[in-house]
Design a protein around this ligand. Structure first.
Ligand SMILES: [Zn+2]
Length: 240
């Protein structure tokens, strides 16, 4: 993770933490002027949750239709050297066929990515997302699954066939068993249903296991949504 490096940005980060922490309300109140004193590296990223979601899905539409914007990485690097204010954080699978920054036609500093096979909640991933929300002010989290996910397929095999996997892969496959079991008797394709269920369960877990995220949602500062990326079309369908 790249912290805002200066003492100024640290103060701004502190204020953002304070703003969504009930216990720190008094501290935030003592330094209100600083909250507005520091310009965001990308003012266009200072969005409310609904604006962020609208922008995110518009970017996916451009990507799916092959009309993505041209990005000037040289000037963006310079702009962002002192800080970041991404408008979305994405918990996605590690699958090489998905690149969240491409899939939503985002530039540097727009999208905070946490990736792990099967896009599920780990302590470190959750901490990363809390950082994005509390310190960087990100108003939107998207949990992004995808069709033909090998990690979820391993979970399905672990449930249906009692399959065994080498190394740490077994533990990964076991992680998805509760989601697979929920849709075991549901109509339709089991893998497809399990992928969607895992996304839904992950969204719920983010809210249930992080009071920081739950408080931000309650305060209207954060929205947490789920979606499934279609490998062939590039379209993301929001679910749940
Ligand atoms: Zn996957």
């Amino acid at each position: 993770m790249c912290d805002r490096p200066s003492h100024i940005n640290e103060r701004r980060s502190f204020l953002r933490l304070a703003a969504i922490s009930a216990g720190a309300t008094m501290l935030a109140g003592t330094l209100p002027s600083l909250a507005h004193a520091m310009p965001s590296p990308k003012p266009a990223n200072d969005l409310n949750p609904q604006q962020a979601l609208t922008r995110l899905m518009a970017g996916n539409q451009r990507y799916a239709e092959g009309v993505t914007k041209r990005h000037d990485f040289m000037s963006e690097r310079e702009l962002l050297a002192g800080g970041q204010n991404p408008f979305v954080a994405i918990l996605s699978c590690a699958d090489s066929r998905i690149a969240p920054e491409y899939a939503f036609d985002t530039a540097l500093g727009d999208l905070f990515a946490v990736r792990v096979a099967g896009n599920f909640v780990t302590d470190e991933g959750l901490a990363s997302l809390e950082y994005a929300v509390a310190v960087l002010g990100t108003p939107l989290i998207l949990v992004l699954g995808h069709d033909s996910c090998g990690a979820i397929a391993a979970g399905v095999k672990a449930v249906k066939d009692n399959a065994r996997f080498p190394g740490k892969i077994q533990g990964l496959a076991d992680t998805f068993k509760p989601s697979v079991n929920k849709v075991l008797k549901a109509p339709g394709d089991l893998l497809e249903n399990a992928i969607a269920q895992n996304v839904t369960d992950t969204v719920m877990r983010l809210k249930a296991e992080s009071s920081l995220l739950a408080d931000a949602v309650s305060a209207g500062k954060l929205q947490i949504v789920g979606g499934v990326y279609k490998l062939r079309s590039g379209n993301v369908k929001l679910i749940g």
